[in-house]
Design a protein around this ligand. Structure first.
Ligand SMILES: Cc1cc2nc3c(=O)[nH]c(=O)nc-3n(C[C@H](O)[C@H](O)[C@H](O)COP(=O)(O)OP(=O)(O)OC[C@H]3O[C@@H](n4cnc5c(N)ncnc54)[C@H](O)[C@@H]3O)c2cc1C
Length: 541
């Protein structure tokens, strides 16, 4: 029998859990579907050793409930995966969200028919609801590269993005790590300390900034609790959804000493903030060069072998135009005797054999292969479901020339569908927890408005979606971001994916204001229609 509710939420990460809570609080009936056996989303799957958030946990946590944020204590500046997952489990229990979930439910299709979404899972179950909210994550569709010979490998194969629940024992093993994005950079120092030998295969070098992580003292934890309301007030409309701003002057207007002081301050503060040291850093190449050269000097100071240091320095993008990575001893790892770096731009992989990786220059024997090869970012989880609208249009066809969205939240031709953290939203350029709260609030407020007005379908006008998508493209063109040709922001890591800059670079606060304005303007840009039956009749079907 098909289960029927007002809303179906797919996903049990930060966004999905909050969406289910909002639905339940608003009196909407909700079914929630999640492929994993538990809550956590990103923090369920990415349980590789060294996995941590790179936005400070005091910011990278829900703001919607003051009692929740007063009751939870983060032990360190940047929490580990187990601590973040424990937090999300706590949230699920505190707000009694699990009762809405069907875990192990992998959604493989969704069709909109006569005012309702029909959703199918891989196990053959079907669910129906008037609204479908995809909180499927923008970094959840794992990229499994098609490397020649991969199936012949005789040893163990792991993906950082689907790490086994029981951490594999790598002591005495020769490990090949393929991929040097955020996850590869976080996992490498820990594997190096455990394994007999680690060979890191790097196609694209990335900039990484040390994470000066440390435990919070009880006094600091108390201070955080006291300052939370103010911290959240500032973050709510801030450019990145955190209370941190940029230096008060453009890099090009500051004296060299002043610039160096500002860069050192950010370097020591650690993490992704370095990418936003100066207001002009991501829009003016001369300003970016100042920050980039500073970071490169630090890499050369840490890495003792000059050739390795040069290989670790990206040549193909301004700093910050690919997501800046955050590490705990990544560069120093290459000073260890048991670690080697292979530059795949110089010697590409030819094949994987039963016992190693063969490049154009050499064979590297290994017992374990670890892939840290990222995700089909922003669109992958949505196109894998490939929702079909009432006009038989499929999402993949609508997006054949790149994502077309309204506010990165809705797609023309697919009524009553919300794409949380979708392309065209700031998502990956912002604090994604506050971002999820903003988008979910907007979506559920619209659902409530539609039901109050007796509206059965809400859908963006095609011209409004075109205008938003053009605005997203124009905003990106004002920045240096599109200069990073190998970036996953552009889809460049996925074979055959259309190269379009996907995130909205206009800033979180600015984005939030535009969402507010659309709602206040009676949802200008959307078509609200009543077809077939009233919402009450629809929910009985
Ligand atoms: C290692 C790592 C570190 C990160 N660190 C940070 C950070 O410090 N700061 C930051 O802002 N962001 C960070 N991110 C981004 C992170 O993805 C988001 O912050 C956030 O966790 C996303 O939450 P979400 O609920 O939108 O999606 P997710 O957490 O990805 O959850 C989506 C869920 O949907 C499920 N799902 C997807 N498709 C289907 C389907 N077809 N059927 C059923 N279920 C499905 C998935 O199984 C998953 O559980 C990080 C990402 C990674 C991978």
């Amino acid at each position: 029998m098909t289960e029927a509710t007002d809303v179906i939420v797919v996903g049990a990460g930060f966004a999905g859990l909050y969406a289910v809570h909002r639905c339940a609080s608003a009196g909407l009936s909700v079914t929630a579907l999640e492929a994993a056996p538990d809550v956590g989303g990103t923090w369920y799957w990415n349980r590789y050793p060294g996995a941590r958030c790179d936005v400070e946990s005091v910011d990278y946590s829900y703001s919607f409930d003051e009692a929740l944020q007063q009751s939870w204590t983060w032990s360190e500046r940047f929490a580990t995966q187990p601590e973040i997952q424990a937090y999300l489990r706590h949230v699920a229990d505190r707000f009694d969200l699990r009762r809405h979930y069907r875990f192990g439910a992998d959604v493989v299709g969704a069709t909109f028919d006569r005012g309702r979404w029909q959703v199918r899972t891989a196990a053959g179950q079907s669910y129906t609801a008037q609204f479908l909210l995809c909180a499927t994550g923008c970094l959840s569709a794992v990229n499994r590269p098609d490397i020649c010979g991969i199936d012949d490998f005789a040893g163990d194969v792991y993906f950082t993005a689907a790490w086994p629940r029981e951490d594999p024992d790598l002591h005495g093993k020769r490990v090949a790590l393929i991929g040097t994005g955020s996850s590869g950079i976080q996992v490498a120092p820990i594997i190096a300390a455990r394994a007999e030998k680690l060979v890191v295969f790097q196609r694209s070098a990335n900039y990484s900034i040390p994470m000066p992580n440390r435990p919070w003292s009880p006094e600091e934890q108390q201070q955080i609790r006291e300052q939370y309301p103010e911290r959240r007030r500032i973050s709510a409309y801030a450019p990145a959804g955190t209370p941190h701003g940029t230096y008060h002057k453009n890099a090009v207007d500051a004296e060299p000493q002043e610039r160096a002081a500002a860069l050192w301050q950010r370097w020591r503060q650690g993490g992704v903030l370095f990418g936003k040291t100066f207001p002009d850093q991501n829009i003016d190449l001369a300003a970016n060069d100042i920050a980039r050269e500073f970071a490169e000097e630090r890499i050369r100071e840490i890495v003792t072998d000059a050739v390795v240091a040069t290989d670790l320095i990206p040549l193909d993008h301004p700093i910050g135009t690919k997501r800046i990575c955050t590490d705990s001893g990544y560069y120093a790892t290459f000073n260890r005797d048991n670690v080697a770096l292979v530059n795949l731009r110089r010697e590409p992989i030819e094949t994987i054999t039963a016992h190693g990786v063969r490049t154009s220059d050499a064979t590297y024997p290994c017992d374990v292969l670890i892939f840290a090869t990222g995700f089909d970012a922003m669109t992958g989880a949505l196109t894998r479901i490939d929702p079909i609208g009432p006009g038989r249009e499929r999402l993949r066809d609508i997006w054949v020339n790149g994502p077309l969205t309204f506010l990165g939240l809705m797609v023309p031709g697919l009524p009553n569908l919300f794409t949380i953290s979708g392309p065209g939203s700031p998502s990956v350029l912002a604090n994604m927890v506050l971002h999820a709260e903003v988008q979910v609030d907007w979506a559920i407020n619209l659902v409530q408005t539609a039901r109050r007005l007796g509206v059965t379908e809400v859908e963006p006008r095609r011209d409004a979606a075109r205008a938003w998508t053009d605005h997203v493209a124009h905003a990106a063109e004002q920045t240096l971001f599109p200069k990073a040709a190998s970036s996953w922001y552009l889809g460049a890591n996925i074979e055959g994916k259309k190269r379009v800059f996907m995130p909205y670079t206009g800033g979180f606060g600015n984005y939030r204001r535009q969402c507010d304005e659309v709602a206040q303007d009676d949802y200008a840009g959307l078509v609200l229609t009543t077809r077939y039956e009233s919402p009450q009749e629809l929910s009985r079907r």
